[in-house]
Design a protein around this ligand. Sequence first.
Ligand code: VG1
Ligand code: CO
Length: 545
Amino acid sequence: MSVKTVATRPFAGQKPGTSGLRKKVKVFSQPGYLENFVQSIFDTLNGQQGQTLVLGGDGRYFNDVAIQIILRMAAAAGFGRVLVGQGGILSTPAASAVIRKRAAFGGIILSASHNPGGVEGDFGIKYNLANGGPANETFTDAVYQRTQGITEYRYVEADDIDLSRLGETRIGAMTVEVIDPVADYAELLESLFDFERIAALLARPGFRMRFDAMHAVTGPYAKALLERRLGAPAGTVVNGTPLADFGGGHPDPNPVYAADLVNAMADPGLGLSFGAASDGDGDRNMIVGSNFIVSPSDSLAILTANYSLIPAYAKGLAGVARSMPTSCAVDRVAADFGIPCFETPTGWKFFGSLLDAGKATLCGEESSGTGSNHVREKDGLWAVLYWLNILAARNESVEQIVRAHWQKYGRNVYSRHDYEGVESAKAEAMFTALRGKLPTLAGQTIGGMRVRMADDFSYTDPVDGARSEHQGVRILLEDGSRVVFRLSGTGTEGATIRLYLERYVADPAQHSVPTQQALAPLIALAESVAQITATTGRTKPDVIS
Ligand code: VG1
Ligand code: CO
């Protein structure tokens, strides 16, 4: 076996964000760029000799090239075996499931999730630990430090592996095993839900479902689960073939980028009762009823409220967790059940320790991510099956279930406004000014609303004590409403400002007021405090979800 050592020099900016390192394909395909980052991961590990690594991605442009490079480097780093998804494919939750089931040392997931793909699009890479979850900040900080001092990377010379065929081959002393990317994951999901009941629902004459895979990774998973195992009619899954450029689309399941699904669900001629979509790497979900979009924060609360209908959770929930900007709808359900509700910074990596310690069973984020202790990533198809299981058990429509939930708990009216591709300097200036105002806001009345508290969210992990600062500016009002500001940590061009708005409405007579209308006073308050338009020049958000 011949290990080659290549001299290299650090690239600036190889700092992982909310979920791994994400950059333009043009940046990633520079000679040495991917290699430096992968070597820095391997240099940060300890004890991987002879161990198993899981490797796969969402199939976007450059996925195949990156996999061959990483395989050769993994051999040089001493791994004993790499499990790689056939065709280089593994959805993010499937990778997590495989790491756990096969007791792997860790995994590398190639994805930029909801960001567009293709030659002009984005690429991404992240490392997951033996629990199947994204590495914590201590690890990613160490990797970043390493990238800034790297002088060489190593690989074992070998031909490209044929990823189209299942089975084993070798690179030097390391075994490469091409695995079915769907099997372990599908088996795991089948063990959680009442598949018989869901199959009966899908067979009902009046029930029609559509799953939009957005030409991203979930196509093969959704077909295997919904059409083959559960017997939904062929054609239930649309845009089900993963494409390297996602068909030119933006694989982000929100009302703007998944407008086709939203329109189909509003078309009485199609008679659709349940619609769902997932993102580039399969960890997000969007749930839509007939002409009715479920807010992701409400979805988390409703999944929690209906736990007793799901075989895997019927025995009880240890607790729930949500990211700070996610609405407080789930808090009300947790209080009702007398179980803890944890509030973490944005990003799934913060849920890992709570799940590992058995403190939380269900977790979720306002960004269309929900999941449970079955893996250590959010899981799009898991949420879809969970909803199907609820629908099958309750015999009500999606809208009826949501409205009944509001009736019981009140409605946390919620929206997120994204300002994308803002000049970084302007976005920074806006946050600096906003942070500067924080100490004086409490007690002030703005637009008739009194501020109870204003701060920059920080978090201490209750399990390992790790501390994370500057996780989002929040302004809490006396009536329980909130306005939160964050800078995205997943974008690759300029800055994306996220404005999160939440208002609690108890009175059922007010539950049908359109969301943006109900939130108008908070939108005005956000503008007056943060001066978004004055600082950035933007008069309206690019995406409202
Ligand atoms: C966004 C979401 C966050 C999510 C992250 C990764 O991060 O807000 O909730 O965990 O994407 O999701 P940010 O920093 O851009 O706000 V995914 O599906 O892109 O892996
Ligand atoms: Co994703």
